[in-house]
Write a protein that binds this ligand. Structure first.
Ligand code: ATP
Length: 263
């Protein structure tokens, strides 16, 4: 039996703006059915990497594959048609349209020939995944909380049924309590069968749901870990968690998560 290809793969990709490369020779894969988190200090090139994956930035060299198919030269709509959903960090919903209208646009952008009943089924699936949107279908997106808007943005990307979802900092700007809610929602999306690749800054919370962690520093991959090993790696502790003071056991990890939620 032939193994299925990874749903998302980069092979030696370099990309950047103007003359300079921001990401350099990046090779990585998001494994099927798992949550891969890309971590890195500010300015490491994480958003640039996401934009390159989504097709907003053309790589200078290297290859991008979705389900084994080379999409390097395809623009964002064709990558979406190939099964890739993308949620940018900002301006990711139409604030003057309702929740329902936003979801319908997200759905019909890809599923152009689908019937109304197919849309309704997709919408119901999204509401099951994000109960915070339930009862708000007729609400204008601009009146939602930041967290609800972020869930709506994920819903729009998920409505057409992508195999892989790219998330650029889904918990950015949210209260500590809603960070937990948001990442629980990402885990629920993943359990529904969608491979997730995301950037996150809330690393302790993110590792609670992450399967595979990748570290990007100054545009280069510096290591890969299963999530349990990530927070206790000396390099990771040095970069993000204040070195020796950082949590190094699962118990400490849990305690820090609890402290953060109570803050
Ligand atoms: N549109 C652009 N034009 C030129 N340079 C850019 C552009 N966007 C980002 N950069 C530069 O690319 C570098 C990496 O930025 P990027 O946003 O990818 O990093 P990041 O790891 O996502 O950072 P952060 O965690 O602060 O969001 C930075 O030096 C940034 O100034």
């Amino acid at each position: 039996m032939t193994a299925l290809p990874d749903p998302l793969e980069l092979r030696a990709v370099s990309a950047g703006y103007n003359a300079s490369d921001i990401i350099r020779s990046v090779t990585l894969a998001a494994a099927r059915g798992r949550i891969t988190t890309i971590a890195g200090p500010n300015g490491a090139g994480k958003s640039t990497l996401m934009k390159t994956l989504a097709g907003l930035l053309r790589p200078r060299v290297g290859q991008i594959l979705i389900d084994g198919r080379d999409v390097t030269r395809l623009p964002p709509p064709q990558r979406a048609l190939a099964g890739l959903g993308y949620v940018p960090q900002e301006r990711n919903v139409f604030r003057n349209l309702t929740v329902d209208e936003n979801l319908r646009i997200g759905f019909e952008f890809i599923r152009r020939k689908a019937s109304t009943s197919e849309y309704t089924a997709a919408r119901d699936r999204i509401i099951d995944l994000f109960p915070d949107l339930s009862g708000r279908l007729k609400h204008v997106a601009g009146t939602l909380s930041g967290g609800q808007r972020q869930m709506l943005a994920m819903g729009c990307a998920l409505a057409p049924g992508p195999t892989t979802l790219l998330l650029d900092e889904p918990s950015a700007g949210l209260s500590p309590r809603y960070v937990t809610t948001m990442l629980d929602a990402v885990a629920a999306v993943n359990r529904s069968g969608v491979t997730v690749a995301m950037i996150e800054q809330n690393l302790i919370e993110a590792m609670r749901i992450t399967h595979d962690a990748i570290l990007l520093v100054a545009g280069e991959i510096k290591g890969r870990w299963v999530s349990d090993a990530f927070l206790s790696d000396p390099l990771v502790r040095e970069l993000f968690l204040g070195g020796a003071k950082a949590a190094s056991t699962k118990a400490d990890h849990r305690r820090m998560t609890d402290d953060a939620s109570a803050a």
